[in-house]
Design a protein around this ligand. Sequence first.
Ligand code: AKG
Ligand code: FE2
Length: 289
Amino acid sequence: MSTAEARAVEQAVDTDRYPLTGPESAEWKSVVSRTRHELRSSGCSILPDFIRPAHQDALRRECAEIAPDAHYDVETVNAYNIDIRTPLPEDHPGRLTTRRGNAFVARDRVPAAAIIHQLYTSELFKRFIADCFELPVLHELGDPLSGLVLNVVRPGMEHPWHFDTNEFTVSMLTQEAEDGGVFEYCPNIRSARDENFRDVRAVLTGSGEHLVRRLTLRPGDLQLFKGRYALHRVSTVKGTRARHTAIFAYSERPGVIGSVARTKQLFGRVLPEHIEAEKKAVRVDQLLD
Ligand SMILES: O=C(O)CCC(=O)C(=O)O
Ligand SMILES: [Fe+2]
């Protein structure tokens, strides 16, 4: 850890409440143990005011400045993010489709000095997050676009019900909607062994209200979430202001890069790194040409 990194983290993060600069201290262990407990029981933990109130306006402003760079794509999706043409039985919840109403700003549009970028690349932050998720280590994605993104949901739009591909997600609201735009989720609605299509279908068709929890998130709160097992969405944003969330993607493996097809869909473009990675993936060996 460099002193400059520790200073940057200390400035923005409320290190009195969240002692990132004191790994393994008693305070660190106490926050980690509380977070682990919540993640085990409901798959979600919120760390309120993770960013100091004095820095929350800078956080909002930095992200609002890049929000116009979000890529919009009219995409019809299902909760499983699988091809909607996949043949499925009549009553399968994967047959229920919606328009994806959110848009992402890619990592290469986030200035290196922005708070969210400083956090994403911070060794202290990564170590803290890994410890909360009970993982030995976490790596930034090798993907130059999808590792750190800003999720933009404009008024009148929603980010529809879905499961994440990643087992865990780290995110931070940077700008709240005036009304609506609520994060809703169904804790542990499925597991690695049981898809529980009946309840998923109930939620998607509006009769599973008893399974849904709602979160009140504020800008600067950090959210740790196990989105592979919890169906979740952002409800329709109302009022005049868009809702912005920074999404920090990490992996247990180093060098993870998204496919060319998915990257094009999310960001409307690919970089040489994506094409290179796809070429390597189809080769039987790693020998030079
Ligand atoms: O913006 C949010 O709060 C949720 C984003 C989300 O669920 C996702 O990007 O998978
Ligand atoms: Fe998600």
